[in-house]
Design a protein around this ligand. Structure first.
Ligand SMILES: *Cc1c(COP(=O)(O)O)cnc(C)c1O
Length: 433
């Protein structure tokens, strides 16, 4: 597979180059040159394919010969070796639970796939790599877990101070080893801007071999397709057409869903559900893209005002505004609505949702109200335990911490506080041991 920069298609890269550099030299996002045909044999056996085979059979088209067959099969199966169930709440609505991985959020899938790919490439070349990543909450934990102890890779994670939950913060700051947590006095967008600046800073680049682990990296973004494949295996022949609601922040998850749909999955429509960071819903309503600053909400992993992956979603729709508005419905919800949805899910179905999943649920409800001839599936992107404060605010109790996590909550926090890019640069210019 060849990847092209979305801003300058003459800048091309192999999977390995795209995964190890993160972003094209012109700061454009890499995008597959074409979408593969999975083939008749694939679709003939898809319904009963196990997850591990599925992972390999889909990803091989995007990785090509950059990783040998057996290694890729191992990487793909390790990335999704946990449950991805569609839990049916009633005969109209189901929840695709993506939180059964080690850090309890969907980002485990992409982060584990990517960590193993980079570990493989680094061992092959003997070159040390620094993974530089900005997190609004869950990316950092998934990336830290995926890369912990991977030889030859140092991980530097930027997160907005005071804007991630206590459990999320511990998942970033308590591991140590090759994982360094950098606490930024600013917003997630500030963190993301600093990361992007470092990537085009020649001095930093000559001191370190840098790559990103955000969903801008194809090795992190593309494997997210896999859980849509696993979900659609759970569609019943009696189900009405599926509409899938994706709680969205940086829009990587939704964008992976679109790729899966274009590869042939039977998804009738997508809903992009956001919190008050509503750049996209406003754009799809008015046709005007308004630059905003991100605002802090209860669903902090979606506090993104400039969603990086939106350009990929546009590219998948030939940059045609009408096609976009036909394919996507996008709605935004306030914190009050989010808390009320969590209460409703608990009262009606005994279901404890996290605030992000609750926003997905609101999107499904709003769509089904006008399109009752569909079956709605919303993505539950994190375990409610990651957002206990919000759960207890909504429901009056907090889910109990599993044992492994109790230990983590007592571990010591270690972070480096920075204010601006100059301070990040100084840290990156230190020698990478
Ligand atoms: C990252 C995250 C999101 C947003 O996903 P994007 O791919 O950035 O749109 C939603 N919910 C949770 C819990 C997350 O961690």
């Amino acid at each position: 597979m060849i990847y092209k920069s979305l801003t300058n298609p003459s800048l091309t890269a192999s999977f390995k180059e795209a995964a190890t550099t993160g972003i094209a030299p012109d700061r454009g996002l890499y995008f597959p040159d074409h979408l593969p045909d999975l083939g008749r044999d694939f679709w003939a056996s898809y319904a009963h394919m196990d997850k591990e085979t599925l992972g390999y059979e889909v990803m091989k088209h995007f990785v090509g010969s950059d990783i040998d067959q057996q290694t890729l099969a191992e990487i793909a199966s390790a990335a999704i070796d946990f449950d991805l169930p569609v839990v049916r709440l009633d005969d109209r609505i189901g929840v695709l639970e993506l939180f059964h991985g080690p850090t309890l959020a969907f980002k485990d899938v992409g982060a584990r796939f990517m960590a193993r790919c980079l570990g493989y490439f680094s061992a092959q070349s003997g070159e040390k790599t620094t993974v530089l990543v900005a997190t609004s909450g869950d990316t950092g934990g998934a990336v830290a877990d995926g890369f912990l102890g991977v030889p030859g890779v140092e991980v530097v994670i930027l997160y907005p101070s005071g804007k991630v939950s206590p459990l999320q913060e511990k998942q970033l700051t308590a591991l140590g080893q090759n994982v360094r947590a950098v606490e930024v006095l600013g917003t997630f967008d500030d963190c993301q801007d600093m990361v992007k600046t470092a990537f085009v800073d020649q001095q930093v680049r000559s001191a370190r071999k840098l790559t990103s682990a955000n969903s801008i990296n194809v090795a992190r973004w593309l494997p997210q397709m896999l859980y849509y494949f696993v979900a659609l295996q759970q569609k019943k022949s009696s189900d009405k057409p599926w509409v899938v609601s994706v709680p969205s922040g940086n829009f990587g998850n939704l964008c992976a869903g679109f790729v899966a749909q274009k590869l042939g999955l039977d998804i009738a429509h997508f809903i992009a559900a956001t919190n008050s960071n509503k750049t996209v819903p406003d754009y799809l309503t008015t046709g005007v893209w308004t630059d905003r600053k991100s605002v802090a909400t209860r669903s902090n992993a979606m506090d993104v005002a400039h969603p990086s992956n939106w350009t990929r979603i546009e590219a998948l729709h030939a940059n045609n505004f009408d096609a976009l508005t036909t394919q996507i419905s996008s709605y935004s919800y306030t914190d009050e609505q989010t808390l009320a949805a969590m209460q409703q899910l608990y009262q009606a179905y005994d279901y404890i949702a996290d605030p992000h999943g609750a926003i997905g649920y609101l999107g499904i409800q709003q769509y089904l109200a006008n399109h009752p001839d569909h079956f709605g599936v919303f993505l539950e992107t994190a375990h409610p335990i990651k957002f206990t404060e919000v759960v207890s605010e909504a429901l009056g109790f907090s889910p109990e911490l599993p044992e492994g996590l109790q230990q983590l909550m007592q571990a010591e926090k270690k972070s480096t506080v920075i204010r601006n890019y100059a301070e990040l640069k100084e840290l990156l210019m230190e020698k990478h041991e």
